[in-house]
Design a protein around this ligand. Structure first.
Ligand code: 13P
Length: 252
C-alpha cells in the first residue's frame, strides 16, 4: 500500500517571518497534539528561506523542497539557482514542470528534461507536474497531452531513476480557480498515468510511483480525492498557506 503524501507549494508567498512562524508552529502542533496523520509531508517555500526551513525541520519527518532549479550546472545565469546549491544546503527535493513555469517562463519539455537530468545528477527527488489546459480538455486532448508531457521528459529516464520521482497531475484549469477536478476525472487520469508507467517500466514501478493530484484542493474535497485508488495525495497551493487549513488537509 502506497503512503499518502501531501506537498505544500507556497509559490511566491510567505516572507522570512511568515515562513519561520508557520514551520515552528506547525511542527509544534503536529508534535504536541500528536496529530495522527501517517502521511509524508513536504513543504516548498521560496528560495531565500530554504536553508532556515531545513534547519527548523531538522530532526522531524517534515521535508523541505525547492520550487525550481536551473538546468545548467553553474555559470553566468544571473538570478538563477543550481541543483548543487540546493544540495549544499541539504535540500533533497525539487518541484519541476509546474504549469506556471511552463506558461510564464516558457519551460518546454526539452528544458524540463535538462532540469530532470541535473536534478538526478545531484540526487534530488523530483516532484514532476503534468496537466492539460481547459481548451485541451474541451477538445478531449487531456490524455494525449499528459502522455506527451511524460514521454518527452520523465520517460527518457531509466527504471532506476524513476524511484526519484513523484508525479503530480495538476489540470491547469483547476489551479487557483476553486474548481477542482471531480474525483472521477482525477481518478481516471491517475489510472491512465499509472498505466503508462506500467507499459513503460513494468508492474513494480507502476505500483510504487506516487501520483498526486493538485488544483483547488480544500478541506471539503481533499478526503474524497485522497480516497481514490490511484490518488496518492495532493500538491496544495492556496490551502497550504494557513496552518489550520493545511492541518485539515493533512488529516483528510
Ligand atoms: P491551488 O491549490 O491554489 O489550486 O494550487 C495548486 C498548485 O498549483 C500546486 O502546485
Amino acid at each position: 500500500m502506497r503512503k499518502k503524501i501531501i506537498i505544500a507549494n507556497w509559490k511566491m508567498n510567505h516572507d522570512f517571518h511568515e515562513t519561520s512562524f508557520f514551520l515552528r508552529n506547525f511542527l509544534k502542533i503536529i508534535f504536541e497534539k500528536k496529530i495522527n496523520h501517517n502521511k509524508e509531508i513536504i513543504i516548498a517555500p521560496s528560495f531565500p528561506f530554504l536553508h532556515i526551513s531545513n534547519q527548523i525541520s531538522q530532526g522531524t519527518t517534515l521535508k523541505i523542497a525547492a520550487q525550481n532549479i536551473h538546468q545548467m550546472e553553474k555559470g553566468s545565469y544571473t538570478g538563477e539557482v543550481s541543483a548543487s546549491m540546493l544540495k549544499s544546503i541539504g535540500i533533497t527535493k525539487v518541484i519541476l514542470g509546474h504549469s506556471e513555469r511552463r506558461e510564464l517562463y516558457f519551460e518546454n519539455n526539452d528544458i524540463l528534461f535538462e532540469k530532470i537530468k541535473i536534478a538526478l545528477k545531484y540526487g534530488l527527488n523530483i516532484i514532476f507536474c503534468v496537466g492539460e489546459t481547459a481548451i485541451e480538455r474541451d477538445q478531449n486532448q487531456q490524455f494525449n497531452i499528459v502522455k506527451n508531457q511524460l514521454k518527452e521528459t520523465v520517460f527518457h529516464c531509466s527504471r532506476d531513476e524513476i524511484r526519484f520521482f513523484y508525479i503530480a497531475y495538476e489540470p491547469v484549469w483547476a489551479i487557483g480557480t476553486g474548481k477542482n477536478a471531480t474525483y472521477e476525472q482525477a481518478q481516471t487520469m491517475h489510472e491512465f498515468i499509472r498505466s503508462l508507467f506500467l507499459e513503460k517500466y513494468g508492474e513494480r514501478v507502476s505500483d510504487k510511483i506516487p501520483i498526486l493530484y493538485g488544483g483547488s484542493i480544500n478541506n471539503l474535497n481533499a478526503r474524497d480525492l485522497f480516497l481514490q485508488k490511484d490518488i496518492d495525495g495532493g500538491l496544495v497551493g492556496n490551502y497550504s498557506l494557513k496552518i489550520d487549513n493545511f492541518l485539515e488537509i493533512i488529516q483528510s
